[in-house]
Design a protein around this ligand. Structure first.
Ligand code: SF4
Ligand code: SF4
Length: 86
């Protein structure tokens, strides 16, 4: 007789902190994009319509909170903040 095994439920715990880019000081150099291991940093239009350079923005949901981008940003404009989407 074949015993039925219960399916394993794998729950991935999300980090409590995620990266947040200060779009006022971000230069749009895109260095952070190179280092993000899960590709969750994207390029967006500068929220200030008077500035033509783009800025980067972290997509919160897939961010693992690894802090690599914080360490690599040459302009120190990324901070770790509490996750808002659980
Ligand atoms: S590395 Fe820093 S300054 Fe460069 S795009 Fe990323 S957040 Fe902006
Ligand atoms: S903390 Fe890690 S996963 Fe999150 S945006 Fe920065 S490099 Fe990517």
């Amino acid at each position: 007789m074949i015993e039925e095994t219960k399916p394993r439920v794998i729950t991935k715990k999300k980090s409590k902190l995620v990266a947040l880019i200060d779009e006022e000081t971000c230069t749009g150099c895109e260095v952070c994009i190179e280092f993000c291991p899960v590709d969750c940093i994207t390029v967006v239009r500068n929220p200030n319509p008077e500035i033509l350079t783009n800025v980067c923005r972290v997509i919160e949901e897939p961010c693992t909170g690894c802090t690599l981008c914080v360490k690599e940003c040459p302009w120190e404009c990324i901070a770790m903040v509490p996750r808002t989407i659980i």
